[in-house]
Design a protein around this ligand. Structure first.
Ligand SMILES: NC(=O)c1ccc[n+]([C@@H]2O[C@H](COP(=O)([O-])OP(=O)(O)OC[C@H]3O[C@@H](n4cnc5c(N)ncnc54)[C@H](O)[C@@H]3O)[C@@H](O)[C@H]2O)c1
Length: 325
């Protein structure tokens, strides 16, 4: 019997092994397609502890790590994404950079052009795109009329170089933009900066060509974690729970009010369908897609142009919010 060809392993590194970098380590160390070569972090002792835990090496410099990898994840604070990604791409190394790609449009454009020029894959870590429910959404949503999202977190104080728009809300901007696939015609953003100079609470309203409206809310000051999106279409209403990766489809919604002499009764009915969803770890799916883009088995799910559109909306929202607060 013919043997399967040996798996082509990619030599992989992780830069920044804090909160998000540790999740990447956790996933990459389990992938049969990846050889985890090592990590780099400004806090060397910390990097050594993580490396020991995952049976890999802690490199003392970024350059040393770059000399040994084909691809890497960049999970350092956002203001450092540009310099770290640029250095890697210049050497022809494929980059999976955490979201947001950069804090600046010109820098994002430069990285996208550089990746193209060097024939490298540059993927932005919009992990929610790989949420099973979000992947299913793409097949169900054909004509969205109204998109509403709520993304709430308790305060953590971890992200200090960006506000809640670039930290949390950007996920929902990314999903809304990629669902509607129409140009934006109106955009307003409100918010407040309570703990420091960046906004902690934000509400943005987007209107797309064709009329679809999105209202996206995020807070990192709520004593509750919630990740939900609802979508109104002409013939159905969808409720998506990012946490449980579930979608409910409500159809033939009907409300009846019966008025009798002693009471008024209100009832609401609809047919509810629970969509079967293939659930997996979204970060694992993100890495598998990145790998398949590198090997040419898949085309990048989302284009650089779409990443830029998302970042532009996010940055314009921050400008409106901080200008108004
Ligand atoms: N995709 C998601 O859902 C998601 C979630 C959380 C964070 N993020 C993104 O991940 C990035 C990191 O966020 P985090 O929450 O992990 O932050 P973090 O502070 O927990 O981790 C950042 C790590 O980078 C290291 N670091 C700092 N400066 C460095 C430098 N100059 N060189 C090398 N290493 C350096 C720190 O020591 C730390 O270990 C941010 O861009 C953030 O937006 C994405």
């Amino acid at each position: 019997m013919a043997k399967n060809p040996p798996l082509k392993k990619i030599r992989f590194g992780i830069v920044g092994v804090g909160h998000m970098g540790s999740y990447h380590l956790n996933v990459v160390s389990t992938l049969p397609t990846h050889e985890l070569v090592g990590v780099f972090d400004a806090k060397l002792d910390y990097a050594k502890d993580k490396a020991e835990l995952f049976n890999t090496e802690a490199f003392e410099t970024y350059d040393a790590l770059l000399q040994n990898v084909d691809a890497l994840t960049i999970a350092v604070p956002t203001h450092l994404h540009y310099e770290y990604a640029k250095k890697a791409l210049e050497r022809g190394i494929h980059v999976l950079v955490e979201k947001p790609i950069t804090l600046d449009i010109a820098q994002a454009e430069e990285l996208i052009a550089l990746a193209k020029n060097k024939n490298c894959i540059l993927q932005v870590g919009h992990v929610e795109r790989f949420n099973g429910a979000v992947m299913a959404l793409g097949k169900i949503v054909t004509e969205p009329l109204l998109i509403q999202a709520r993304r709430l977190n308790p305060y953590s104080g971890r992200i200090v170089d960006a506000g809640v728009v670039l930290d949390l809300l950007i996920h929902d901007i990314d999903i809304a933009v990629n669902l509607v696939k129409r140009p934006l015609v109106k955009h307003s953003a409100f918010g407040s900066a309570i703990t420091g100079k960046h906004e902690d609470i934000a509400v943005i309203e987007l209107q797309f060509e064709g009329g679809c409206i999105a209202t996206l809310t995020a807070s990192r000051l709520s004593q509750y974690k919630e990740r939900a999106m609802t979508i109104t279409q002409k013939n159905n209403y969808l409720i998506l729970n990012y946490g449980t990766q579930e979608i409910e489809i409500h159809r033939q919604g009907n409300s009846v009010t019966v008025t009798a002499p002693d009471e008024i009764k209100y009832s609401q009915e609809s047919i509810v369908e629970r969509v079967f969803i293939h659930k997996d770890n979204p970060l694992k799916s993100e890495h598998e897609h990145f790998y398949k883009c590198i090997t040419g088995e898949e085309k990048p799910m989302v284009s650089g142009a779409s990443d830029l559109a998302t970042l532009k909306i996010a940055l314009e929202s921050v400008k409106q919010i901080l200008g108004n607060s």
